[in-house]
Design a protein around this ligand. Structure first.
Ligand code: NAP
Length: 325
């Protein structure tokens, strides 16, 4: 019997053709919610799923009796009920490594553009308001030589820290993650408790996975603890931050500025004040969104699902224990 794969995000024609050589593929790249009748119908027959950005719940899994494997086109897997997948023997795969450097570039884009007020000042030029040499009220802050506090020192965190230390001469602090002696040697990174990092860093950059432990890791108390003038960058997931507390801190000056790629609700609701705040650079979740990297991520997902459905070890399984059963 030919197995069936539901692909619910865009992949390129070559990747689609490769899957179609071995499987029956339901290709629904435009699906925006899991109640879409075409999605529900294809799910009911699928042995494999390939996609991203849709919340896959336990009750949705009840409607997928044949499901054997999911290949997410993302490294974060907070959209999937991991324990439930493992309990059901469904393999979950993600796309680490191929997006690390691009996402780190986005992290530095946020650090630089927020510190140097690039969006706000480019807007001033665009509006025809550059009438004289800009004065002190519009100066930014230096990035080079400052202290970068990494909350999350995994693949992406380390790649950002490397840019900071080696490219910009920054002092690197990191917290909580297991000790990283190789990064301490390479970059002079120093491990600190979160409170201490918040008190010392000029830039606090978040790259932790969203989990029960990290949900709302940042709230009013954490913003209060940050240095005056410090800049907050969130590249992880919106729910790692209490967004209402962050907005209040940005409005009352507790928090100097923020560079954001991710939000509690995405796309941002129309009434969110964030895009209108001069001290916020708000990007539309583009951490890995380059042609090269999105193609590589889709390719990794295609490779993962092909291997998984053929009973072979995929390149990047998340719940290995399913393979060992
Ligand atoms: P990773 O290699 O697994 O790194 C995650 C790091 O977070 C690890 O070092 C881990 O510590 C650390 N950590 C976990 N809980 C922590 C806590 N409570 N406090 C401090 N550190 C903690 O993952 P990655 O590939 O770097 O990706 C990280 C996350 O970035 C993803 O899960 C995803 O949500 C997000 N992301 C966003 C975009 C975007 O488009 N904006 C793109 C890609 C990824 P240990 O080293 O001790 O395990």
């Amino acid at each position: 019997m030919t197995k069936r794969i539901l692909v619910f995000r865009e992949i390129n024609q070559e990747q689609l053709d490769a899957l179609r050589e071995e499987f029956h593929v339901d290709y629904l790249p435009g699906v925006s919610h899991t109640e879409d009748p075409a999605f529900v119908d294809a799910l009911s027959r699928a042995h494999g799923l390939v996609g991203s950005s849709l919340k896959i719940t336990s009750s949705l899994l009840d409607r997928a009796p044949n499901l054997e494997a999911i290949a997410s086109i993302s490294v974060g897997y907070d959209n999937y009920p991991l324990d439930e997948l493992t309990r059901r023997g469904i393999l979950l795969c993600n796309t680490p490594d191929v997006l690390t450097e691009t996402t780190a570039d986005t992290g530095f884009l946020l650090i630089m553009s927020t510190a140097r007020r690039a969006v706000e000042l480019a807007e001033l030029v665009k509006q025809g308001n550059w009438k004289e040499s800009i004065g002190k009220p519009l100066y930014g802050s230096d990035v080079h030589g400052k202290t970068l506090g990494m909350v999350g020192m995994g693949r992406i965190g380390a790649a950002i820290a490397r840019r900071g230390a080696l490219g910009f001469g920054m002092k690197i602090l990191y917290t909580k993650a297991s000790p990283k002696p190789e990064l301490e040697r390479e970059l002079g990174a120093q491990r600190r408790e979160l409170e201490e990092l918040l008190e010392q860093a000029d830039f606090v950059c978040v790259t932790v996975p969203l989990s029960r432990e990290t949900e709302k890791l940042f709230g009013a108390a954490e913003f209060q603890r940050m240095k005056p003038g410090a800049i907050f960058v969130n590249l992880a997931r919106g729910k790692v931050v209490d967004e209402a507390a962050m907005i209040a801190a940005l409005q009352d000056g507790t928090l100097h500025a923020a560079g954001l790629d991710v939000y509690e609700q995405e796309p941002l609701p129309a009434d969110s004040p964030l895009p209108h705040m001069a001290n916020v650079v708000a990007l539309p979740h583009i951490g890995s969104a380059t042609h090269e990297t999105r193609t590589a991520m889709a390719q990794r997902a295609v490779d993962n699902i092909r291997l998984a459905l053929k009973g072979e070890r995929p390149l990047s399984p998340v719940n290995d224990e399913v393979l060992n059963d």
